[in-house]
Design a protein around this ligand. Structure first.
Ligand code: TXE
Length: 477
C-alpha cells in the first residue's frame, strides 16, 4: 500500500505522532493508500520551515530569471511524470483519465505561465509635477498558506502554488484529505527539481487541525483557499486574527442561458460539459439552466439524449466520459438532494441515484422545481441540472442573478448586441458566451457574494501575492 507523507523542509516525513488516515478509491470503494495525518506540531514545523526559507533562504533573493528557471525545471519533471500524476488523481477521485491528463497539462501551464509572468512583468512609473517621480515595486509577501479542494486535486493546488512561489514567496499547501496523492508527488518533484527546502511544503491532513493550524499561525502572511462557502468564512475569521489577507474561491450555482437564437448544437454540447464534466463537481458548473420557451422542447429533447449518451464506467477505461463521485460522503450529500427533488414537487427527466451500489449519480436533469427548493438554491456540486424556461431577456437576467452565489454564468446567442448587453448585466466573476471552461490565465478569476473574495490570475495574482511598494524620488530641486 502506498504512503503519502508530508513534504517539510526538503524531506518526506511522517507525522510527529505517527498518525495516518486512509485514502480511498471511490470507484473500487477500496482503501489504496494511507497519508500522514497532520496535527498542530506538523503544521508548526511546516510554517517554521517556510518562514526560514523566506527570511533567510535564497528563493526571494535569487532574481526573477533564476526563479523562473527553477519553476520551469519543476514543470519539465511534471511533464515527464504526467501520466503518474493523472493516475493518482483518477485513482483518488474517479476523474476519467483523459480529464485528469487535461488537468495535469493545465497544472504544468500554471507553473510555466506564472514563472514567465513574474519574470517579464513591469511595475508602474508615475511622473509628478512637483519635481519628483514615483514608481511601484512588487516584492514577495512572505509565507503563503494554500488550502485546496478535492475536485481538481492537482490543478487547484498549482493554481495557488504557482503564482505564490513565482512571486518569491514560500508556500505550504494543504491538499484535501480526500485527495492527498498528486500534490504529495508534486512536492517530491519539487525536491528533485532542486527547490531550496521550505519553498514548497506539503502538509497532509484534515481541515481541522491541519488546515486550521496553518490559517491561525501568525507567521503566515497570505491565505488562499478554495472550498465551501461555510469553510471559507471560518478560514477568513481565522486569518483575520493576525490580519493576513485572504483570497477565497468558494462555491457557485452558475446560470446557463440559452436564448431562442442560439446555435442549439453548440448550446447542447456546452450544457452537457457544464454540468456533467467531472461528474458535476465543478464550482463553475452550469447547474441552473434557463431555456427560451420557443426552443425549449427542441433543446430539451437533445439535451436529455446527450446526457443519456454519456458513457458511464471505470474512470480508467478510455471510453468513459462519466464516473462516480469523489467520496462516499459526497455521494451521500448529492443523493440527499436528488431524493429531495420529488418531495419538493420537481420532476426527474433522466438520471437519478445509481442502483448498483456505486457512489454514482447518473447525469440528472430536473424540471418543475419551485425557485425556493434547496436543489434549486444550494450548490449541489454534482451532476444535477435544474432547468427552467423563460419568456424575455429581462426575466432571465433577473432569474440568473437571483442567487447568493456569483462565480460564473454562460449565455448562448447569435445576437452580438444581446451577448454584450446580457454579459454586462450578469452578477458573476466570469461570463462565458457560446462556450464554457475556457480560461486565459491573465484574466481575473473569482466570484461575488457567497462565491468568494478577491480575484486571482495574471496581475490579479500579483496584487495578492506581493506587497506593492511606492518609491518616491526627488529628481529636481
Ligand atoms: O469542503 P471544505 P468539503 C463545496 C461543495 C462541496 C462542499 C463540501 O459544495 O459539496 O463544499 O466539500 C479544508 N480550516 N466545495 O467538505 O470543508 C479541507 O481540508 C482550514 C466547492 O470538501 O471547504 C479541504 O482541504 N481548512 C469547492 C478544503 O478546506 C479547512 C471545492 C475544502 O474543504 C478547514 C470543494 C478549516 N477549518 C468543495 N475545514 C470549489 N469552490 O470548487 C476544511 N478545510
Amino acid at each position: 500500500m502506498q504512503f503519502f507523507g508530508h513534504i517539510i523542509d526538503g524531506e518526506e516525513v511522517p507525522s510527529v505522532d505517527g498518525a495516518t488516515f486512509e485514502v480511498w478509491n471511490p470507484w473500487t470503494q477500496e482503501v489504496w493508500a494511507t497519508a500522514a495525518e497532520g496535527g498542530p506540531e506538523d503544521a508548526a514545523l511546516a510554517v517554521a520551515s517556510s518562514r526560514r526559507a523566506f527570511d533567510e533562504g535564497p528563493w526571494p533573493r535569487m532574481g526573477r530569471a533564476a526563479r523562473a528557471a527553477a519553476i520551469h525545471r519543476l514543470a519539465d519533471l511534471m511533464e515527464e511524470r504526467a501520466d503518474d500524476l493523472a493516475t493518482l488523481d483518477t485513482t483518488n477521485m474517479a476523474k476519467p483519465f483523459a480529464q485528469a491528463q487535461h488537468d495535469v497539462a493545465r497544472s504544468i501551464w500554471n507553473f510555466r505561465f506564472f514563472a514567465d509572468h513574474q519574470r517579464d512583468h513591469c511595475g508602474e512609473v508615475f511622473p509628478m509635477d512637483s519635481g519628483h517621480h514615483s514608481y511601484s515595486e512588487y516584492g514577495p509577501a512572505g509565507v503563503v498558506a494554500a488550502i485546496s479542494p478535492w475536485n481538481f486535486p492537482l490543478m487547484m493546488a498549482t493554481w495557488k502554488i504557482a503564482p505564490a512561489i513565482a512571486w518569491g514567496n514560500t508556500c505550504i499547501i494543504k491538499p484535501s484529505e480526500d485527495t492527498p496523492a498528486s500534490v504529495t508527488l508534486l512536492g517530491r518533484l519539487a525536491i528533485e527539481a532542486g527547490f531550496p527546502p521550505g519553498v514548497l511544503n506539503v502538509l497532509n491532513g484534515h481541515g481541522s487541525p491541519a488546515g486550521s493550524s496553518l490559517t491561525a499561525d501568525d507567521r503566515v502572511d497570505r491565505v488562499t483557499f478554495t472550498g465551501s462557502s461555510t469553510t471559507g468564512k471560518t478560514v477568513m475569521a481565522s486569518a483575520s486574527s493576525h490580519l493576513a489577507p485572504v483570497s477565497l474561491e468558494l462555491g457557485g450555482k452558475g446560470a446557463n442561458i440559452v436564448f431562442e437564437d442560439a446555435d442549439l448544437d453548440n448550446a447542447v454540447h456546452w450544457a452537457v460539459e457544464a454540468i456533467f464534466r467531472n461528474s458535476g463537481q465543478i464550482c463553475l458548473a452550469g447547474s441552473r439552466l434557463f431555456v427560451a420557451s420557443s426552443v425549449y422542447d427542441e433543446f430539451m429533447d437533445r439535451f436529455v439524449a446527450a446526457a443519456e449518451a454519456l458513457t458511464i464506467g471505470d474512470p480508467f477505461d478510455p471510453k468513459t466520459r462519466f464516473s462516480s463521485l469523489a467520496s462516499k460522503k459526497h455521494f451521500e450529500k448529492v443523493s440527499s438532494y436528488v431524493d429531495g427533488v420529488g418531495l419538493d414537487g420537481g420532476k426527474i427527466l433522466t438520471g437519478g441515484v445509481d442502483d448498483e451500489g456505486r457512489w454514482l449519480i447518473r447525469p440528472t436533469i430536473v424540471t418543475d422545481l419551485p425557485l425556493t427548493a434547496s436543489a434549486y438554491c444550494d450548490e449541489i456540486f454534482g451532476p444535477v441540472c435544474v432547468v427552467n424556461r423563460f419568456e424575455s431577456e429581462e426575466e432571465v437576467v433577473s432569474l440568473a442573478n437571483d442567487t447568493r452565489y456569483g462565480l460564473n454564468a454562460m449565455l448562448f446567442t447569435e445576437n452580438l448586441s444581446r451577448a454584450h448587453r446580457v454579459a454586462s448585466q450578469l452578477r458573476a466573476g466570469t461570463v462565458w458566451v457560446n462556450c464554457f471552461f475556457i480560461r486565459d490565465l491573465r484574466t481575473p478569476f473569482g466570484g461575488v457574494g457567497d462565491s468568494g473574495v478577491g480575484r486571482e490570475g495574471g496581475n490579479f495574482s500579483r496584487e495578492f501575492f506581493t506587497e506593492p511598494k511606492a518609491v518616491v524620488m526627488q529628481i529636481q530641486r
